[in-house]
Design a protein. Structure first.
Length: 397
């Protein structure tokens, strides 16, 4: 049954321009009859307010600019941001406040206590653990601060949502909460022209095309894959994404002498991610597995590659290995061993029938299980439970 219309505030610590999980959740709830506003951070290239698929985005606070080597200045900016968020949310008057990741919990709870609203915590990742590879931003005192924030707030929320079975288990061990798994998966899309990527980048028909789509940061052994491809003359590598490592990676490709077989496109329009992936032969997922956050992640790329109907070659990480091996949709590589990567890519390059079987299973998995039309029903049912508990004093419209 369709829930009574409730006003929902989502809080994010980003400009919410491309956060697919937030945007999909907001759209699904709007379609289910909720009035949804997402409160995010200002960006010079984006309007402070906009409408998207039945919900509103309000960019009300600023990104912090102080260095993490200036902890007092950073803390003051974060507290100012929290104050702006909580005042904006309180003025909006929601019955439910949806906090996306740890940095939004304080503002969300302050507003909830003022309004008598319910709080949902959406753990996109293990936020404090994810900071370990980010220099001063991930120093021990800063991680301990965010752990303390979680210990204080997470046990008090109405519901917890997260993105993998591993994170469900860890959140239960740490905070005694039973989280609901809502996979971070794309909507069901048709397969696109398989020749699009090759035509766009002038890739020879006889080459196997491996695509990596994602951010270029520490912890993603992409340079090692470039080195592997150097020794595989019938393989072309396409790297679509950007980040801090992009300049160094471009130089590495240049020195490797395979500019004709390694295409770095930079960031691409989100609308083109799926069409490009459909034109690849293999999708790559790379991580070093150093943090718990990596070990138990279900990378968005896994589901995007399945949607594109291509086999997956991934670093051997717990959650992704389980899915890849159980469903027979690709190969995993322990410890990012270059020799094993070489062996796996050679096998797939030489065995087109194997690639085809894996590709068909990957697409079937996307159609039958890992697509947003299924996951949004889980989200809406969770909201129905929370809405039924909303106190009479909470705002309802």
């Amino acid at each position: 049954m369709k829930p009574s219309r409730e006003r929902v505030a989502m809080i994010v610590h980003s400009d919410c321009a491309t956060d697919a999980r937030v945007l999909r959740a907001a759209s699904a709830l709007a379609s289910a009859g909720y009035e949804v506003t997402v409160f995010g951070l200002r960006s010079p290239k984006l309007p402070e307010e906009e409408l998207r698929e039945g919900f509103r985005i309000c960019r009300v606070a600023d990104f912090s600019t102080a260095s993490f080597r200036q902890p007092l200045g950073k803390l003051l900016q974060l507290r100012r941001r929290d104050r702006i968020f909580r005042e904006a949310v309180a003025a909006y008057g929601p019955a439910i406040i949806h906090c996306h990741d740890t940095p939004t919990l304080s503002a969300g709870f302050w507003a909830a206590e003022r309004l008598g609203a319910e709080v949902i915590y959406d753990a996109h990742e293990l936020f404090p653990d994810s900071l370990r590879q980010h220099g001063a931003r991930g120093s021990w005192p800063i991680r301990q601060y965010w752990y303390a924030v979680e210990r204080h707030f997470v046990p008090r929320v109405a519901e917890v949502i997260t993105v993998s079975n591993g994170l469900v288990s860890i959140l239960f061990r740490r905070y005694g909460v039973v989280a609901t798994l809502v996979n971070n998966v794309p909507p069901l899309e048709p397969l696109y022209d398989r020749t699009f990527l090759r035509r766009t980048l002038s890739i020879p028909d006889e080459h196997m095309v491996c695509v990596y789509q994602g951010v270029l940061i520490v912890g993603r052994p992409i340079a090692q894959i470039v080195d592997v491809v150097v020794g595989l003359p019938n393989v072309t590598l396409v790297i679509q994404g950007g980040g801090p490592l992009e300049p160094a990676l471009r130089e590495h490709v240049r020195k490797s002498g395979i500019q004709d077989r390694c295409h770095m496109t930079g960031w691409i329009d989100p609308k083109e991610i799926h069409p490009y992936a459909c034109g690849a032969d293999v999708g790559l997922i790379l991580g070093d597995g150093v943090t718990l956050n990596h070990q138990y992640a279900r990378a968005n790329k896994l589901f995007s590659y399945c949607m594109a109907g291509i086999p997956v070659v991934s670093t051997d990480l717990s959650e992704m290995t389980e899915i890849i091996q159980r469903h027979g949709i690709g190969r995993t590589v322990r410890n990012n061993d270059p020799a094993i990567f070489t062996q796996v890519l050679m096998e797939l390059a030489e065995d087109k029938p194997l690639r085809k079987r894996m590709a068909e299973r990957a697409r079937q998995l996307a159609e039958s299980q890992f697509n947003w039309s299924r996951e949004q029903r889980v989200l809406v049912r969770l909201y129905e439970r929370v809405a039924s508990r909303c106190r009479p004093g909470a705002a309802s419209h």
